[in-house]
Design a protein around this ligand. Sequence first.
Ligand SMILES: Cc1cc2nc3c(=O)[nH]c(=O)nc-3n(C[C@H](O)[C@H](O)[C@H](O)COP(=O)(O)OP(=O)(O)OC[C@H]3O[C@@H](n4cnc5c(N)ncnc54)[C@H](O)[C@@H]3O)c2cc1C
Length: 299
Amino acid sequence: MFTGLNSLLVAFMPYLPKALVGLIARRYVAGETKEEALDVVRQLNSRGFEAALDILGEHVHTQDEASAVADAYVRLYHDIARMGLRANISLKPTHLGLDIDVKTCEWNLFKVLDAAAATDNFLRIDMEDSPHTDDTFTLYRRCQERYPRVGLVMQAYFFRSRDDLAGLMSSPLNFRLCKGIYREPPDIAIQDRTAINDNYLALLRQAFEGDAYVAIATHDQTLIGHAGELIHELNIPPARFEFQVLYGVPMEGRLEELLARGYKVRIYVPYGESWYDYSLRRLKENPRIAVYVLKNLFR
Ligand SMILES: Cc1cc2nc3c(=O)[nH]c(=O)nc-3n(C[C@H](O)[C@H](O)[C@H](O)COP(=O)(O)OP(=O)(O)OC[C@H]3O[C@@H](n4cnc5c(N)ncnc54)[C@H](O)[C@@H]3O)c2cc1C
């Protein structure tokens, strides 16, 4: 429906004024500083929500940069503990050096996971685009050998995801289920939106019929409804799942409704100085975001 508009937006993306991108970022980014983000988490906690903090950034290309990012995450775990916040951390492997090599990323992940363990907290490894999928699974498995409180993400648009999930479920698994944000080619990823939703629900059923813990990450109200029906049908206790959304996406009271049912709801809270690059990249990867923002601005 938005295809023509999408191509137009992509063509004009480099010329978008920073102020306009700032408008987009302000809605979806919790601030430039850690203090601002921790304050947002405090407010979310007081409204009954859990949080997942993410320092904006990806694709770092030097060891020093990757190591500095890992150190920032280590400090963040200690801040969360010191402030008694209900928040964990979600991070991108390329932010910890995956584009340099797997070993660098592993080294940094272990450093961050040491801090997670020391503060009795959890770390989720985000899933990026398909060139990083296999390496991310490898890293996850290595982390899981040493740290019990680590999880990852499955993207419902991939044909491979059901097999991947079956393999991962041979050990205890805590994963986030999302549709997938990157543009992937049709030989590896489902393109049809209804078929992606069908695969999402098939993966959710597969996880529930095994004993995985699932973070059901979507803003799609219909999909949330179908997930609720599946939870009811299979009589899945609230300790087996949580719902997740991105900070700033309007949900029209649905999140409060989920909380009232006794379900856990976690808000993904990104922050940091890289808000401009992040917002531009997100826009290029998925121009529909600009459409959502414009729609929401004028609502
Ligand atoms: C907590 C969380 C973590 C995620 N982690 C990853 C990850 O690690 N890897 C990955 O590939 N993808 C990740 N995603 C993104 C996900 O894969 C989807 O691309 C994204 O959530 C949009 O799909 P949807 O399920 O919300 O459904 P859609 O059908 O795309 O959207 C449903 C409705 O939600 C609204 N909406 C959706 N996204 C936005 C937005 N950004 N801004 C404003 N409104 C919006 C729109 O009104 C839309 O009509 C994550 C998503 C969430 C919620």
